[in-house]
Design a protein around this ligand. Structure first.
Ligand SMILES: Nc1ncnc2c1ncn2[C@@H]1O[C@H](COP(=O)(O)OP(=O)(O)O)[C@@H](O)[C@H]1O
Ligand SMILES: [Mg+2]
Length: 279
């Protein structure tokens, strides 16, 4: 099958400060595989991308293309079969508090702890902060996600959107080098989802954290991303990388045009034949 063009748009270099182009996270030629009793499943095939400091980097692709697997490898729960993953120039050897994940599931909080205690627990077990300082930090991030009134509530009393806000607050409290988000709003109703996307953008405006956001939704990718990496269906390969900063926020028509362009690219032919899926 013919190889479709892979458009890799260059990163925006600040000429006064070349260091802005040093990647914070570097994924290079990464193939990830699962060995089951019957099969060797190739989840991603030679995927490469760099995430710059303070970027909102989105990985977009259909279900099963290996998005969660890439995040697992970045977290350090899985080693690449080939290729390397580096954070601040150092190969990732295992999990660490410099990478924190927010998942799609609403049950990622500890049900027996209040909102505040959930955030404090993460700070204390990681050794970041203890006691009064942990409590102060927890209340600060809980206020940022507008949940101050619910600081002493238990997770089962909160809506799905509120639980996700707690998970985001807990992750931000850890001040990771990179915040990893695996379809965090996918299980929310459409209106809440839209609201959460806006809130995430507001939070980002305040602190400019680096976020690697995974989604299968084109509108969500366009709304959230400053850059978007398109992956092909299983096994995930890079189809294109697009600059998207503000397309949707500045001008909905530009956002729509980008969405249509992505749609065409995602539904274009497979990019490579003969890639091992099941060996
Ligand atoms: N634990 C596992 N064992 C075997 N195969 C797996 C496992 N987890 C995921 N896979 C397979 O790897 C591929 C990528 O999965 P995943 O990373 O979850 O995709 P996505 O997050 O893009 O939906 C899929 O074909 C999936 O079936
Ligand atoms: Mg997934």
């Amino acid at each position: 099958m013919e190889r479709s063009s892979v458009s890799l748009e260059t990163c925006r270099v600040d000429p006064l400060n070349a260091s802005t182009c040093e990647p914070l996270l570097s994924v290079s030629g990464v193939t990830l595989q699962y060995k089951t009793k019957q099969h060797l499943v190739t989840a991603t095939y030679r995927v490469s991308f760099d995430v710059m400091p303070s970027e909102r980097y989105v990985v977009l692709g259909p279900s099963g293309c290996g998005k969660s697997t890439i995040l697992k490898a970045i977290c350090g729960f899985m080693q690449p079969t080939e290729g390397t993953i580096k954070l601040k120039g150092q190969p990732i050897r295992g999990p660490g508090p410099d990478r924190v994940m927010v998942f799609q599931e609403f049950d990622q909080l500890l049900p027996w702890k209040t909102v505040k205690k959930n955030v404090m627990f993460a700070l204390e077990t990681s050794g970041r902060l203890k006691g009064r300082s942990a409590e102060e930090k927890a209340l600060e991030v809980i206020s940022k996600v507008n949940l101050t009134k619910f600081a002493d509530s238990y997770p089962h009393t909160l809506s799905g959107g509120m639980k996700q806000r707690v998970a985001i607050a807990r992750a931000l409290a850890m001040e990771p080098d990179v915040l990893l988000m695996d379809e965090p709003f996918a299980a929310l109703d459409a209106l809440t989802r839209r609201h959460m996307q806006d809130e995430l953008m507001q939070l980002w405006e305040e602190t400019r954290f680096t976020v690697l956001f995974v989604t299968h939704s084109i509108p969500e990718a366009v709304r959230i991303g400053s850059r978007i990496l398109l992956l092909s269906p299983h096994p995930g390969q890079v189809k294109a990388e697009l600059n998207s900063d503000g397309s949707d926020a500045i001008d909905p028509a530009t956002g729509l045009r980008l969405s249509e362009r992505i749609h065409r690219m995602l539904f274009a032919d497979q990019i490579e034949s003969g890639v091992p899926v099941h060996d």
